[in-house]
Design a protein around this ligand. Sequence first.
Ligand SMILES: [Zn+2]
Length: 170
Amino acid sequence: MPKFFQYCPRCGSQNHKFENHHRFECFNCGFIYYHNCAAAVMVILRRGDEILFTVRNNDPCKGMLDFPGGFVDPKESGHEAVIRELKEELNLDLTRDQISLIDTEPNDYKYRDILYRTLDIIFEINLHEDITIELDHSEIREVKWLKKEEVDLEAIAFNSMKEVVRKYIL
Ligand SMILES: [Zn+2]
């Protein structure tokens, strides 16, 4: 992996350290930057005894199984992020009372050679009726409704998600 920062972004010095991929400090000008955890939401969408998985259309983990979700925008709540992401990805219209918070998990997410540490916030939604889904193909190749015995842990994109599948689905 290339060096995260080659030069100090404030003064251009190469005299700096980046501890634990978290705290950047420049010894020349004193600039300090924390590469903090990013919040992300992940949704277990249930319909009867089936769970919706998306097939990723982009790296990282292109072609592998994922849950709907994504990064939380600045000034957005987790619930708002779920409503926005499921509208964007699946064209679903949801209300806050349909969404239950169930857990959180730390995760690593590498995007274009930059490692982001995330805190994944896991939600669950139970859909009772037949729903219409329209995919955003820029992010999602297809969706699969799987029963728990059809879920292959090896096909799942991220470690945090495998943990969620083990705990809440299998
Ligand atoms: Zn500096």
